[in-house]
Design a protein around this ligand. Structure first.
Ligand code: WT7
Length: 641
């Protein structure tokens, strides 16, 4: 395979190839010394003397960075910028309707955060308490995050697309005291009943004493007098002064739930110092941030990308960040580029799934807008196929803008593998090379480290500051999930190829996790939603290739005796899963299966189900260990799609 190469262009003041090499070598040789310096990108209240204190070995497992330093991340995002950039725009909010825009300066954002921090305090929220945010992409979401950070409360954002049940599970798992929501959200001209969902969820969440409601659409929502408060009333009653709480570097900053291959979603916990350092440095270096830039990451704050690259990374850096409360195809397929022109966006960061969806609509939606302000493009969330990369580079970027394909995970806090735009030659489809301090290893199934050009399971050999610290409430699960498959190493769950130039090409998950439109979905979660339906006896869920989503959800469903497969039942099951988890979990294909292929010990052979879903039925491998090999023939014959 020959890989096209787009040579890095030089830019004065940006990191070049020699500087990248120097930093990478320095961080590998002496991570402690490297981060002792680099950690100064934040303002510390009590400077750290300790830097790296980590071990992935079971006997002395620990991950601590800057462990004796204290700081406040909200103050780092706001207060320290006031003297130099108080009147600069911190957030440009762009609503669902084009031109429904708000500019919020650093000074204004600071005041709003201080006020809301005082509201939280007045409601009895203290350091270490959990606050769940279930909000649209509105300025108040960033305000609420930073207000929590200011007083040392731990925010847990639940994406507004999740169902009441999913919300309830996430509230219960971390015992939130308070929920912040809005009357409704707006997405592509449709309304999302956020407050009504909260009301449903809270029926099973006794820990929540207070709900604060932002008025977004003005919908008439029932307010529970003993429990619910309007945001605008609450902030009017408190002072605009609130001193930032000094926090230890290892005090928790946020919990974010993410799906794994087994069990319920895990509460990924990030702490203050290391996460802050990682969010700021990766933002600055990978996006080559410069004064005057308008940075637009299209992700929702309900995902980690929104945490690190809509809010924390940009605001820590003193940048101008766009918060977009809409969707790429509303009111039409030119929305992104129309908005880029109107807001003067210079750096644009989105997901491959959005690129593929827009690519299908034709170039005209792009080329009718000028896009001359753009200088850098980025992608995240899933592998980008070279065709989509090429379209993004050629049509959207007019061949002028480097494309940074950034590989990372909720667990990693920020980007780990990505090009630096003026240092790294680009190859479409490759996340290219690791950032300083990131030590990727490819291992085979037995854990043997593979050298040179090869393919294997992607591990990281040593800690970096932005790494997650634990699974909320279950430290053992944290260790088990990430550090026992290949002892002494962090296992990412991804497969990966390394080429002769040392470039990394992520091939996708190697566990029972599927990546739907850049969002992680555990197959086990969808299965348990399906079997919760009264007519379903058994379900097995696998990924299948999907032209736009990257992967789609393919569900094999065995019905209870006496139930008949039908089109209406298929629709009902799809709706059911949407209701149980949320629209993102809705199966793309449901195959009614009289039986599932099982080994004699009763284990479902998912390998075979995956192959059938992929349409790769000519090569099912060894099926002789199946209890009833005849099952496979029926499944192949009745394959959907
Ligand atoms: C999984 C993490 C990182 C924020 C969004 C997703 C896949 C992510 C890339 C990329 C290939 C990618 C991996 C990873 N992934 N970025 N640039 N190229 N794959 O966060 O929900 O925690 O999912 O997304 O499979 O493990 P997440």
């Amino acid at each position: 395979m020959t890989d096209a190469i787009y040579p890095a262009t030089r830019h004065d003041g940006s990191i070049d190839a020699a500087e990248y090499d120097r930093r990478y070598a320095a961080a590998a040789r002496d991570p402690d010394g490297y981060w002792r310096e680099a950690g100064r990108c934040l303002d510390w209240i009590a400077p750290y003397t300790q830097v790296k204190d980590t071990s992935f070995e079971e006997a002395d497992f620990r991950i601590r960075w800057f462990g004796d330093g204290s700081l406040n991340l909200a103050a780092n995002c706001l207060d320290r910028h006031l003297a130099t950039r108080g009147d600069q725009v911190a957030i440009i909010w762009e609503g669902d309707e084009p031109g429904e825009t708000r500019h919020v300066t650093y000074r204004e954002l600071h005041e709003q955060v201080c006020r809301f921090a005082n509201v939280l305090k007045a409601q009895g929220v203290a350091k270490g308490d959990r606050v769940t945010l279930y909000l649209p992409m509105i300025v108040e979401a960033a305000v609420a995050m930073l207000a929590c950070a200011r007083i040392g409360a731990i925010h847990s954002i639940v994406f507004g697309g999740f169902s009441p049940d999913s919300l309830a599970n996430r509230i219960q798992d971390c015992d939130s005291k308070l929920v912040v929501t809005a009357d409704e959200g707006c997405r592509g001209g449709k309304r999302v009943p956020l407050k009504a969902n909260v009301d449903k969820a809270l029926a099973s969440c006794p820990s929540v004493a207070r709900v604060i409601v932002v008025r977004r659409t003005g919908a008439d929502v029932p307010m529970n007098e003993d429990r619910d408060l309007w945001w605008h009333d609450a902030v009017a009653q408190v002072s605009a002064d609130c001193a930032p709480e000094p926090l230890n570097a290892e005090d928790p900053l946020f919990i974010l739930y993410t799906s794994g291959s087994t069990g319920k979603p895990k509460g990924v916990l990030h702490t203050t110092g290391g996460y802050g350092v990682w969010a700021q440095t990766t933002f600055r270096d990978v996006f080559d941030w410069r004064e005057g830039d308008v940075f637009w990451c299209t992700a929702d704050v309900g995902w980690v990308t929104g945490h690190s690259y809509v809010v924390y990374g940009p605001l820590l850096s003193g940048a101008t960040t766009v918060m977009f409360d809409g969707v790429p195809n509303y009111p039409d397929h030119g929305r992104f580029w129309e908005t880029v022109d109107r807001l003067g966006v210079t750096i644009f960061y989105t997901a491959p799934t959005a690129i593929r969806a827009l690519m299908r609509e034709g170039d005209d939606w792009v080329t009718r807008h000028s896009r001359t302000s753009l200088r850098l493009l980025g992608t995240v969330g899933e592998p980008i196929n070279p065709e989509a990369w090429d379209w993004y580079h050629r049509v959207v970027g007019d061949r002028r803008c480097p494309v940074v394909d950034t590989w990372w995970q909720t667990e990693t806090g920020g980007i780990l593998i990505a090009p630096l735009p003026h240092a790294t030659d680009l190859k479409p489809g490759s996340a290219t090379k690791p950032l300083p301090s990131v030590l990727p290893l490819l291992v085979d199934a037995e854990g043997k480290v593979l050298d040179g050009a090869t393919e294997g399971n992607l591990c990281i050999a040593d800690s970096w500051p932005g790494q997650m610290r634990t699974v909320w409430g279950d430290h053992e699960r944290f260790f088990q999930t990430y550090f026992t498959t290949y002892p002494g190493r962090y296992f990412t769950g991804d497969g990966c190829r390394r080429d002769a130039d040392g470039y990394y090409w992520i091939t996708g998950r190697v566990d029972d996790v599927i990546n739907v439109s850049g969002h992680r979905m555990g197959t086990a979660e969808v299965e348990s939603a399906l079997v919760a339906h009264a007519k379903v006896a058994e379900a097995a869920v696998v990924g299948m290739p999907h032209e736009v989503k990257g992967q789609g959800i393919y569900a094999y469903v065995t019905l209870n005796a006496g139930e008949e497969p039908s089109e209406p039942l298929r629709t009902e099951l799809r709706q059911w899963v949407r209701g149980e988890i949320g629209p993102i979990a809705s199966p793309d294909a449901i195959q009614f299966a009289p039986a599932l292929p099982k080994t004699r010990s009763g284990k479902i052979m998912r390998r075979i189900l995956r192959k059938i879903a992929e349409g790769d039925t000519g090569n099912l491998g060894d099926i002789s260990t199946l209890a009833d090999p005849g099952v496979v023939e029926t499944l192949v014959k009745e394959r959907v799609g």
